[in-house]
Ligand binder design. Structure first.
Ligand SMILES: [Zn+2]
Length: 108
């Protein structure tokens, strides 16, 4: 097993690897044209990952709001679920803001 240098992050990577374990840069094929295509693919993968995280953070916020409403309503209110839901809303909002910031940062 030989080592090759990743063109994206300049780390030593096994030439058996399809992608760089450090930055997920596609290493198969080689050559400048394919390397250029690989770079575009990496950006697309990153953008998909952000969109997925954005979706997950939205689901966390919605789920947490429902948990808070469930915790406050009914004959048997449970403050534990409400507290957990409030924490979920805060974490979800922070997560959402971070993902939005990273998306803006990489597209700027
Ligand atoms: Zn790399």
């Amino acid at each position: 097993m030989a080592l090759t240098t990743c063109p994206e992050c300049n780390k030593q990577v096994s030439d058996n690897a399809d992608t760089c374990p450090n930055c997920a840069y596609p290493l198969t094929g080689g050559g400048s044209t394919q390397a250029h295509g690989g770079k575009i693919q990496t950006v697309e993968q990153r953008s998909k990952r952000y969109k997925l995280q954005q979706l997950l953070s939205c689901l966390l916020i919605i789920g947490s709001i429902m948990a808070v409403m469930f915790g406050f309503s009914g004959d048997d209110p449970s403050p534990g679920i409400s507290a957990f839901g409030t924490l979920g809303i805060v974490v979800g909002l922070i997560w959402f803001i971070i993902v939005r910031f990273l998306m803006w940062w990489h597209h700027a």
